[in-house]
Design a protein around this ligand. Structure first.
Ligand code: ADP
Ligand code: TRP
Length: 326
């Protein structure tokens, strides 16, 4: 279905390298949806500043994330891809939102409470994070916001903020919905637990063949012999086959798991081959794109201009609504 008149907005923080869990859980849906919705995907560099205060690293991360998304198939001709800081109107709008939001309300945010529980020195940016995020979304009149389940509360805050503004100053903002892929299975990492950057158990989305091999070989299995039947539902190697092995090869594998006749070593070898075949073209595309960073910078700059123009039009309506525009 073409919902091209509906607007999709999502942001990605430029911290850390993506893994196959991120791809199947989140990144791939931006690519799938880009022809259905008018899409705006941005690199949340101002949000990253709340935790990353190293200019060189932030600079490199911005380009890295742009390369990641271009390599997996975000098409800059279809999707407006930009960096948040190229739309300074979001900071202006966040200030307006600050003025209609109470401190106790923001103190209920999970991210703030988590930081507080860890006894961290919390900067105002962390506390105010949800207001900047609301501004990112509302300034582009988003209808849907694809995010991970951990962002659900941020979307609730965004909706509350839109409704509160509309109540005080008159109908101005579209009230957006989140889009959460609840059914996407949690992809296991090389220790059998949820694959996560913080657990050091990832298979990088742009991993080399050697890295893939090493990672897959680490996945724990039980000690069943080749001839014994094996349970595909509990086997962590099989969980990855579901993503990477297809057609008759998958059917054959399933059959041999259930009736015996395949060892974990062979199962892993098939998996390594299939993950490598999946990653190789992505890795090559990323390497090609990385050779000309100027093109990437130009894509972000052009996207920034489009996003900024829309944001400025919206912001002018906000200025009029609140009474600062003469
Ligand atoms: P990480 O846990 O590695 O730090 P993030 O929290 O940055 O990953 O998640 C970014 C996106 O990737 C989220 O939308 C999240 O739902 C998705 N994601 C992360 N890990 C997995 C996984 N193991 N399986 C499925 N989706 C995942
Ligand atoms: N908070 C999001 C995250 O941590 C990133 C983000 C910032 C975002 N602004 C956004 C996501 C707007 C969606 C829409 O992943």
């Amino acid at each position: 279905m073409n919902r091209n008149n509906l607007v999709l907005v999502s942001g990605v923080k430029p911290t850390g390298r993506p893994h196959i869990g991120n791809y199947f859980g989140a990144m791939s849906q931006f690519v799938e949806l880009q022809n259905e919705y008018k899409s705006f995907i941005f690199i949340a560099d101002l949000h990253a500043l709340t935790s990353l205060q190293n200019p060189k690293e932030l600079n490199e991360n911005i380009i890295d994330v742009a390369l990641d998304y271009l390599a997996v198939g975000i098409d800059p001709k279809v999707t407006c891809i930009y960096k948040q800081s190229d739309v300074p109107q979001v900071a202006e709008l966040a200030w307006v939102f600050n003025c209609i939001t109470t401190v106790p309300y923001l103190m209920r945010a999970h991210a703030f409470k988590d930081a507080e529980a860890k006894n961290k020195e919390i900067n105002i940016g962390v506390f105010d994070y949800p207001m900047l995020m609301a501004a990112d979304i509302l300034i582009q009149d988003a209808d849907i916001v694809p995010v991970g389940a951990d962002q659900k509360q941020h979307l609730e805050i965004t909706r509350d903020t839109a409704e509160k503004f509309n109540r005080i100053f008159g109908e101005t903002f579209t009230v957006p919905k989140e889009r959460i892929l609840e059914k996407v299975e949690t992809i296991p990492g090389t220790d059998g637990q949820k694959m996560s950057k913080s657990r050091d158990n990832v298979i990088g989305l742009f991993a080399s063949d050697n890295e893939i091999k090493e990672a897959v070989m680490k996945i724990p299995t039980d000690s069943k012999e080749v001839d014994e039947p094996k349970d595909p539902e509990t086997c962590k190697v099989f969980a990855l086959h579901k993503l990477f092995t297809e057609g008759p090869e998958f059917e054959d594998l399933l059959h041999r798991y259930e009736s015996g006749g395949i060892g974990y070593k062979e199962s892993k070898e098939i998996l390594i081959k299939n993950i490598s075949n999946f990653i190789a073209p992505l890795r090559e595309k990323r390497e090609r794109l990385a050779q000309d960073k100027d093109i990437v910078i130009k894509i972000l700059k052009d996207g920034g201009e489009v996003a900024r123009k829309r944001a400025e039009e919206k912001m002018e309506k906000v200025r009029q609504a609140v009474g600062v525009s003469l």
